[in-house]
Design a protein around this ligand. Structure first.
Ligand SMILES: [Zn+2]
Length: 460
């Protein structure tokens, strides 16, 4: 480790260009201590190219391979787990010069060398001064790093390299006070998000984020209309107490996501006396139930418009549930007992609760966006009313609420200026994100699809 501007980073590597053995591709003559910038330069078997520990000069050399370390691609929890001494977002990484140096399914990519891939600091460092190196990275993956408890006012630094499609910071707390992140700084030092009490001011941010109770997710980007610099970002934690923070980087084919697949966990919640043809539906009958099948077929067609395929659909009965107070969209806490019922969900998927009725609305999404890969938390799913089946809008409502959870805002709001930050989404009711669902509200614009496919809950 090296101390640098008060920042604890992995010993940084200077990209060595004068090393003859590097230029030759690999070398059987490499000796311990030779400078290197790629694994192949050290000749393979017994030597490995790794950062020089405790070096302030920021270099890597050929060093004896750690006898207990894992090879590139293996899971890790610390640098000691990896033979090259690089554990990036839980995966051992090799230093590289070009993609041919990396194993199948990996690309060689320049990236800021930040311990573990995401790190907690006391203040944002000079982002332009962070050391960079080329590391083998999975071409397509969701990389997750649990940062544990982070105190109010601390900052989180992580890199957004070319091969990343999005990054997300998920903050959780036990309290009901709005929590989250107060500021986000881009690699060029520009402030692209600043939390304020003035909603109109918030909308001027390049990145949209709203604090929320219990859990909130800062996802970048929130629109295709602000091109973001690639490199290290710095986010500050803003909460009344410590936040449990997880960082997720979604990688896909050079930072683009052409296609996606979405799995839904459908909880049939207290529908014994539901109306609109859904009374008595159970998990056993759900997949062949005409009303629900029609609705899911509508949702499938809608998401296909954004190049997202509906993947696995699982059905779960919640017939014997604790009494749920009358649900009301004016008090989100009334939905908390519903979200808590998602005890059978796993991994990166979305929980959809179909309930008998929501007297003042068609549906409710826990947050925009919701926390990736989380289930059973107070804001970790969507709820839709069975009553929407009577107006042939159950499928639209499912797709609409799920799209909120994946990061979309309304294309139209009665309050001027509160529409989404996506230029190509019209303000018309033909758009899926129109504030009131109609059977015709089925369109997703290319810009909206760009955002949807970047949420980590959308997989492959
Ligand atoms: Zn809505």
């Amino acid at each position: 480790m090296t101390g640098m501007r008060g920042v604890e980073l992995l010993a940084a590597v200077a990209l060595v260009t004068g090393c003859g053995s590097d230029d030759a591709g690999s070398s059987s003559t490499a000796k311990e201590g030779d400078s290197c910038s790629r694994e192949a330069a050290c000749g393979g078997q017994s030597l490995t190219c790794r950062f020089v520990a405790a070096s302030a000069t920021a270099e890597a050399t050929c060093q004896p391979e750690a006898s207990t370390g894992s090879a590139a691609g293996a899971e890790c929890s610390s640098t000691a787990d990896c033979r090259t001494g690089v554990c990036h977002f839980g995966v051992c990484s090799d230093l590289c010069g070009q993609t041919g140096d990396c194993g199948s399914g990996n690309v060689c990519e320049e990236i800021s060398v930040i311990e573990g891939g995401a790190q907690i600091l006391s203040a944002c460092p000079d982002l332009s001064s962070l050391p960079r190196a080329k590391l083998c990275q999975p071409e397509r993956a969701r990389l997750v790093r649990d940062l544990g408890s982070v105190a109010d006012g601390k900052v989180i630094v992580l890199d957004f390299p070319e091969g990343a499609a999005s990054f997300s910071l998920v903050g959780r707390t036990e309290g009901a006070e709005p929590v989250g992140f107060g500021r986000l700084e881009a690699p060029d030092g520009e402030e692209i998000f600043l939390s304020t009490d003035d909603p109109a001011q918030m909308l001027k941010n390049d990145v949209w984020f709203y604090p929320d109770a219990f859990v909130s997710t800062l996802q970048v980007p929130t629109t295709p209309d602000h091109s973001l610099a690639r490199g290290p970002f710095c986010a500050s934690v803003k909460s009344g107490g410590p936040l449990q923070v997880e960082a997720i980087v979604k990688r896909d084919q050079g930072g683009d996501v052409a296609h996606g697949k979405l799995s839904l966990n459908i909880y049939l919640t207290g529908l014994e006396a539901a109306g609109c043809g859904l009374a008595g539906i159970t998990a056993a009958t759900a997949s062949s139930h005409a009303v629900l099948s029609d609705a899911l077929e509508s949702a499938r067609t809608i998401f296909e418009g954004a190049a997202i395929e509906l993947g696995e659909l699982s059905y779960h009965d919640r017939t014997t549930i604790p009494a749920i107070a009358t649900l009301t969209t004016s008090d989100p806490s009334t939905f908390d007992p519903v979200f808590a019922l998602a005890t059978e969900s796993q991994g990166f998927s979305v929980d959809v609760f179909v309930v008998k009725t929501i007297p003042d609305g068609a549906g409710f999404a826990g947050h925009m966006p919701g926390p990736p890969g989380k289930h059973g938390l107070p804001r970790s799913g969507v709820v839709v009313s069975a009553d929407t089946a009577c107006t042939k809008t159950l499928g639209v409502t499912i797709a609409h609420e799920v799209s909120h959870l994946l990061g979309l805002f309304h294309n139209y709001q009665p309050d001027p200026g509160f529409e989404d930050p996506i230029a190509d989404s019209s303000s018309g009711k033909e758009n899926l994100m129109y504030i009131t669902a109609t059977p015709e509200s089925t369109q997703i614009s290319p810009g909206q699809g760009f955002v949807l496919r970047r949420h980590p809950n959308v997989g492959w």
